[in-house]
Design a binder for this molecule. Structure first.
Ligand SMILES: Nc1nc2c(ncn2[C@@H]2O[C@H](COP(=O)(O)OP(=O)(O)OP(=O)(O)O)[C@@H](O)[C@H]2O)c(=O)[nH]1
Length: 452
């Protein structure tokens, strides 16, 4: 695309030479045009040849090196002959390197990028060593100011233009006509050249950058999905369930209860043993679907282990959670699992439930705060050193955020697990509340942290 554009540009200059011959040195245009045509043919051959080189790595490598080397010298020549332009050179360098890194070995593209920079520096410093490089430009506006016919680079034109403008302004003679003349001048012609030769590459760079960001977004989403999701059931996994549970505990309002439900399919091993592992998998998938359909979007549902599921109900009182658990138990028991129209069966599940009431949570938070305060006191008396203010602030901020003990999720789950164990013990296919269980046992309200 880039070479075609340059080729078309040469065609345009040749076609409009009557109008612009004053700005262009036609002696240099023809060899440049020829060079661009040869380059185009070379790249065309590569495009045709490369797909047929098959798996020959050495040939592919050689062609890649040839491609980037040729492109590097081509760009360096174009920049020198057309005149250095930060816009044109910049986008060519960056765009070429980006495309190279996408299409060929990054190592080659990186090395050529540096080679191109070195070539540019050599071209820029060449006048200091008495070397004159060919240049297409012919400067007409300031031509009368110069003693001889001259070809200047972009930066030289800018410098001369500034000098002319400065002197003109000083003498207060720069009229609107002069400005229009400048706009029609070679400087304008060459600057426009750089713009339209640089635009496609600039568009390409931004397009690639956008595409890369989209790819990054997609892969981030994909990684997150894999990190949080259970492969078989497509439910959230244990890690994600615990993370969400922790978050729910930290955001629950002062007057809200939070219920935790752990349930396990009954006699699941027998299903695997009798019908095979595939049927076992199908059961897990179908029960997960039932679970998703029966519970609201606010509920945190995750596969906790093999045939064990964790359900966290934020802002749900004990009575409501019991009703939800009972409905879920019935939905699972009523769900018919159909094995390829050959036979049907259903499964049951046992539920353990625990509700952390807002009163108990407040109590835990209060005790935890006093434990933290005692700890902080003993630490400060043990260490005579005064802590930096920043450290003190960070610590108090952490204590403020961490209102509940770090192991509270595990405590809640293991309490629900005790109730689940009891449900299995009582004959399965039922819901047992740990709150009821402990109340029956101790005759008092159970506390998660009573032994502290
Ligand atoms: N098909 C299948 N089976 C699994 C998967 N994960 C765990 N299991 C099986 O689940 C079974 C669990 O068996 P147990 O822990 O003895 O429980 P159970 O047979 O349901 O008995 P109770 O829980 O006491 O009612 C084991 O045989 C595991 O191999 C899974 O992803 N797919």
């Amino acid at each position: 695309m880039e070479i075609s554009l340059h080729w078309l540009w040469c065609l345009f200059v040749w076609w409009r030479q009557d109008a612009i011959h004053a700005y262009v040195n036609m002696h240099y245009l023809y060899p440049l045009w020829l060079g661009i045509s040869v380059m185009g043919l070379f790249f065309l051959c590569m495009v045709k040849y490369l797909p047929h080189s098959g798996s020959r790595r050495d040939i592919l490598d050689r062609w890649q090196i040839a491609l980037v080397l040729t492109y590097t010298f081509y760009i360096a020549t174009i920049i020198v002959v057309i005149g250095y332009s930060s816009l044109f050179a910049g986008v060519s360098l960056v765009g070429g390197a980006m495309l190279g890194m996408m299409l060929i070995k990054r190592r080659y593209a990186w090395r050529m990028f540096w080679l191109q920079i070195i070539l540019m520096l050599l071209a820029i410093t060449s006048p200091y060593f008495g070397i004159t490089l060919p240049n297409l430009r012919q400067l007409t506006v300031i031509h009368p100011l110069l003693e001889t016919h001259n070809y200047l680079t972009y930066n030289e034109i800018m410098a001369v233009e500034n000098a002319v403008a400065a002197s003109a302004f000083e003498n207060n003679v720069l009229s609107w006509d002069s400005i229009t003349e400048i706009q029609r001048s070679s400087a304008f012609f060459w600057r426009s050249t750089h713009l339209y030769l640089a635009f496609p590459k600039a568009i390409f760079i931004v397009y690639i950058f956008r595409a890369l960001l989209l790819v990054l977004d997609d892969s981030r989403q994909e990684t997150l999905r894999h990190a949080n999701q259970d492969e078989l059931t497509q439910l959230k996994n244990r890690r994600y369930g615990l993370k969400k549970m922790k978050y729910a505990l930290s955001t629950v309002q002062d007057n809200q209860d939070l219920s935790v439900m752990l349930f396990d399919l009954d006699w699941f091993k027998r299903i695997n043993d009798n019908y095979g592992h595939d049927v076992g998998d199908q059961v897990l998938i179908e029960i997960s679907q039932t679970l998703l359909q029966s519970l609201s979007d606010e509920t945190i549902i995750s596969r906790y282990g093999g045939e064990e599921f964790l359900v966290v109900l934020p802002d749900t009182s004990h009575d409501s959670a019991m009703v939800i658990a009972e409905q879920l138990r019935l939905s699972i028991a009523e769900h018919i699992i159909n094995i390829g129209d050959v036979f049907d069966f259903s499964v049951t599940a046992s539920f353990g439930l625990y509700t952390l009431t807002h009163q108990e949570r407040a109590c835990i938070a209060k005790n935890y705060k006093s434990i933290l305060a005692k700890k902080a006191q003993s630490q400060s008396s043990a260490s005579p050193l005064i802590k930096p203010i920043a450290t003190q602030r960070a610590e108090s901020q952490m204590a403020f955020m961490q209102k509940l003990p770090g192991d509270i999720c595990q405590r809640l789950i293991s309490t629900a697990d005790k109730a689940l164990y009891e449900a299995k013990h009582r004959g399965r296919n039922q819901v047992v509340s740990a709150n009821h269980m402990f109340a029956e046992k101790n005759g008092s309200i159970h506390s998660l942290y009573k032994n502290r």
